[in-house]
Write a protein that binds this ligand. Structure first.
Ligand SMILES: Cc1cc2nc3c(=O)[nH]c(=O)nc-3n(C[C@H](O)[C@H](O)[C@H](O)COP(=O)(O)OP(=O)(O)OC[C@H]3O[C@@H](n4cnc5c(N)ncnc54)[C@H](O)[C@@H]3O)c2cc1C
Length: 389
């Protein structure tokens, strides 16, 4: 059950999404351009940096509040929803939790003004096996020098704040572990070297970033609570918020597709009656709603939960919710397109865009297979694999 305040926020987000986001969604997809106008509108509405504590200028809202807003954006435009995820979860959560005062103020200022931070973990040779990363940060006096290549970075070429996961080495060349390093774009030595021609999410650049002797001040390394030795585990703990966000985007796309399918099933007539009167279609619609409800309940439970350290969603709930919601959403959107017959296959309607967009959510942020590995390891009582899953 949502509280009255949560219902009010949901209604405000729905109104915003229909009024401001819906009319832009198709053009964002077709142009493949990052929607700076929508970002400005999100910031003006208070949907960027909602989870940032009030002392840093945010609203100190919960992950559930953020999820309610993200679902409404995803019903209309996946790119907008992903901006809302990364402006309220993931990198921003890690900096607000682990950062110094200066780092928190810096991140809060940027996000509240409309920056969607980039989180830089994946490398060409280190995907699911993220701890095999080779990007390194070498300490030189009062600076860190970063070298390496990150791939599939959401917001490459548009984000200002980058949270870079890298192996840290001290002045003597001894490895300390994996840490999080804040770099701001533009900077010499930080370049987008390739933009992926993606299947969906076309207004959001996904790219390969090169760090070539990128220099950042020593004070831009996150002071991890357990030092660099457990740095990766602590950073991935913060990432559980982003997993809830990603699952919520998938679920929101599915909710938008089902809404449209229901309208069409009421209106479209064949054999002298609305197609929604045919039991073959009714059962499809009922199954879609059932999967959607289960997804939403799991995601809200994960958003409300807290795991180790008490600050981020529980890893087990976040993983299960993301697996279930991302797989269910692909099926729901595919079935919604089927309800439309040939019309669903046309670019004149949003169903084909939704199907292209929803496909990625079993991949990014821990694949469905790797998240199952995490769940199974917990069930068996084994040490968590040191992967991003
Ligand atoms: C649209 C999009 C946006 C992204 N955004 C970001 C971002 O902002 N920042 C970032 O750092 N990364 C980002 N990623 C990268 C994403 O997190 C990785 O793609 C993901 O972690 C998987 O890595 P990989 O693609 O290299 O696949 P691989 O690790 O090479 O896996 C290939 C296949 O093998 C399977 N597999 C691998 N290991 C196992 C195992 N142990 N057991 C069973 N199956 C296994 C996988 O499930 C997959 O099916 C993004 C990806 C996409 C598609």
């Amino acid at each position: 059950m949502l509280s009255q305040a949560e219902l009010d926020l949901q209604a405000r987000a729905r109104d915003f999404a229909r009024r401001v986001v819906r009319p832009r969604a198709a053009a964002i997809d077709a142009s493949r351009e990052y929607p700076h106008d929508i970002v400005a509108a999100l910031a003006a509405e208070g949907f960027m940096g909602m989870t940032i504590p009030a002392q840093y200028g945010g609203q100190g809202r919960s992950y559930l509040d953020a999820a309610l807003v993200i679902e409404e954006m995803a019903r209309e435009c996946t790119v907008t929803a992903r901006i809302a995820v990364e402006a309220n979860m993931g990198a921003v959560s890690a900096v607000m939790e682990y950062g110094t005062e200066d780092q928190r103020r810096l991140a809060a200022g940027l996000v509240l003004a409309g920056d969607k931070p980039a989180i830089c973990i994946t490398e060409p040779e280190a995907g699911s096996d993220a701890t095999a990363m080779s990007t390194r940060a070498d300490r030189k006096g009062d600076r860190w020098i970063i070298n390496g290549t990150k791939h599939w970075i959401t917001g490459a070429g548009v984000s200002k704040l980058h949270l870079i996961f890298a192996r840290a080495f001290d002045e003597a060349g001894a490895e300390l572990g994996i840490g999080g390093f804040i770099a701001l774009r533009p900077a010499a030595g930080l370049e987008m070297e390739y933009r992926e021609p993606t299947l969906g999410l076309c207004g959001m650049p996904e790219g390969r970033l090169g760090f070539r002797d990128l220099e950042i001040p020593a004070g831009m390394a996150l002071p991890m609570p357990n030092g660099f030795a457990r740095g990766f585990a602590d950073l991935i703990n913060a990432y559980n918020s982003q997993r809830v966000g990603a699952g919520t985007v998938a679920m929101g796309i599915a909710a938008g597709a089902l809404d449209r399918a229901l309208d069409f099933a009421r209106e479209r007539e064949q054999f002298g009656r609305p197609i929604g009167e045919f039991q073959g279609l009714q059962w499809m619609l009922a199954d879609m709603q059932t999967q959607l409800t289960a997804s939403r309940l799991m995601l809200h439970a994960a958003a409300r939960s807290t795991g180790p350290g008490g600050r981020f969603p529980d890893p087990m709930l976040a993983a299960q919710a993301k697996i279930f919601a991302s797989e269910a959403a692909i099926k729901i959107v595919n079935d919604a397109l089927q309800v439309f017959g040939a019309r669903g296959y046309s670019r004149d309607l949003p169903l084909e865009r939704m199907l292209r967009d929803v496909r990625m959510f079993t991949i990014a942020g821990g694949t469905a297979q790797v998240l199952r590995t995490l769940v199974a390891a917990r069930l068996l009582g084994w040490k968590l694999p040191q992967t991003r899953g």
